[in-house]
Ligand binder design. Structure first.
Ligand SMILES: [Zn+2]
Length: 509
């Protein structure tokens, strides 16, 4: 029997991006959206266009540039939000407007200060307004799991009457439990007028660690769209993790009569790219994408694995894209091979960008014998897809020894002029940071400093992320280099540039 499809609605760029430390600039969002298209998600929720000019531009460009998935924009249930969402998504081939209003008494009373009748009225008008623009309208009842079921069914029936084609049931505060949630979905399928014409969707938060379990329970009860994020990023404890839902449906196909269209061997790559862009690493024991998720350390397990893989492995690492660190290029690879590999990875670079990337590649190949796909990703993200920068690290020299005090000499181009400074510090990184602060005049504080290796081996590229804070704004920067002190300086300068970009960007509401 043909399996039914569960749509994967990816909200990494909207709900995920809203969480602390995960903000992305426009080029980073487009890079991530391109990878989501390769992963073959059904819908990309690209942002909340009314929230700021930056969000609007990002949604618009994703709608213009990304082929494949439907592109959705979020809007509260009012005409202004919906108009703005439409202005941004209308460039896509399959635009979706996603409008929402809260339905729980607690939200009605304290947040919206509206009666149940007013919310019914707003629901009808919002959906009908969106429907004038596009046939693909999704309606969400915020805090659905803490709403009165009968009233919820009434709101959803109203949304269907006004033309909604997807009804989303969010567990906004991560409160529900699998058994309860599947009963709610079954109840709604029974009691919403016109339920047979529409798709039920779920959007679960992970406050009790149940987002994936709740989403799967809903699928069992007939939900056919799951809203989720790569690595489960999102506010507080995060959203439902895309990779866990997708792989459970695959591995336990005996239990589910449905599947997704996800290209599973793109999962790890998507996870890594997101970590790389946001600087937020995945915990090592995270299911599917954590560094240890396929490592068998205990003697008993290792013995079993050697005898037969299936003794302890329920899925292969290859099926989710692990061990795809193919050796692609080395020091002697030419421009042609380099360009071909980048094209295969989904990058279309202009001639100027290609030259810039090729120079960076040559430098990297000098430092590192083997250049892997992951290294190339880093290189392109680092060198090409960034916006115009105010500061550029020109040179960094450090001196450090057991007897001498660590010293750093730094040269930075600031607004076109090269300035230099030399300072000592507690260690070479500290000295370099002090010199950068002096040259750029940055007075804020350094909140976090993190080092990770991107690929294996002692010549692995180091990836450093730093978070700085100035006048209440927290900004993160990342830098990569085979030398971690260089990577640290690049990360610090990157953070300063991002701070400048945020300052320049006029925010909306
Ligand atoms: Zn959410």
């Amino acid at each position: 029997m043909e399996k039914e499809m569960v749509k994967i609605f990816d909200t990494t760029l909207r709900d995920g991006e809203q969480s602390p430390g995960c903000s992305m600039d426009i080029n980073e969002k487009i890079r991530m959206a391109r990878q989501l298209a390769k992963l073959n998600v059904d819908i990309i929720e690209a942002g909340f266009p009314v929230a700021s000019q930056g969000d609007f531009e990002a949604v618009k460009r994703i709608a213009q540039e990304i082929e494949g998935p439907a592109i959705a924009g979020l809007a509260r249930a009012n005409p202004h939000d919906i108009d703005r969402a439409w202005e941004a998504v209308k460039y896509g081939k399959r635009p979706r407007i996603h409008t929402f209003i809260a339905t729980s008494d607690i939200h009605l009373e304290y947040k919206l200060k509206k009666s149940r009748e007013q919310v019914l009225d707003d629901t009808f008008h919002a959906v009908a307004h969106a429907k004038k623009y596009t046939p693909d309208v999704e309606f969400s009842a915020e805090d659905a799991t803490r709403s009165d079921w009968e009233y919820l069914a009434q709101v959803f029936s109203t949304a269907v009457e006004a033309g909604a084609t997807t009804l989303n049931v969010p567990d906004t505060v991560g409160y529900t439990y699998p058994d309860e949630f599947s009963r709610l979905i079954a109840y709604l399928k029974q009691n919403v007028k016109g339920a047979e014409k529409i798709i039920f969707s779920v959007h679960c938060h992970n406050d009790l660690g149940l987002a994936v379990a709740n989403s799967l329970a809903a699928v069992k009860a007939g939900a056919r769209q799951v809203e989720c994020t790569v690595n489960g990023i999102g506010e507080r404890a995060g959203n439902c993790s895309m990779e866990e839902v997708v792989m459970t449906l695959k591995v336990r196909k005996d239990l589910f009569d449905c599947d997704t269209r996800i290209v599973t061997d793109q999962i790890c790559h998507s996870s890594k790219l997101l970590s790389l862009i946001t600087g937020v690493a995945v915990q090592p024991n995270k299911a599917i994408v954590g560094a240890n998720s396929f490592a068998h350390e205990s003697g008993i397990h290792q013995d079993g694995i050697l005898k037969h893989k299936m003794t302890y492995e329920i899925m292969t690492p290859e099926s989710v894209g692990w061990s795809k660190h193919k050796l692609v290029l080395g020091k002697h690879s030419g421009r042609h091979a380099f360009r071909t590999r980048l094209t295969e990875l989904g990058y279309q670079l202009s001639q100027v960008e290609l030259e810039k990337a090729f120079d960076a590649f040559k430098k990297l190949a000098d430092l590192k014998k083997e250049v892997f796909d992951d290294d190339l990703e880093v290189l392109v993200t680092d060198e090409i897809t960034r916006g115009p920068d105010r500061f550029e690290l020109v040179d960094l020299r450090v001196q450090s020894g057991t007897k001498s005090k660590p010293k750093a000499k730094v040269k930075i181009r600031c607004d076109g002029k090269v300035k230099s400074g030399e300072l000592t510090g507690g260690g070479p990184v500290d000295a370099a940071f002090k010199a950068i602060r002096k040259i750029t005049g940055f007075k804020g504080e350094l909140l976090k400093y993190n080092v990770a290796a991107i690929t294996g081996g002692t010549d692995a590229q180091g990836e450093v992320s730093v978070t700085i804070k100035d006048k209440g704004r927290e900004v993160r920067g990342v830098g990569t280099h085979a030398d971690i002190i260089q990577a640290s300086a690049k990360a610090y300068v990157n953070a300063l540039n991002r701070l400048e970009n945020f300052r320049k960007k006029k925010e909306g509401i």
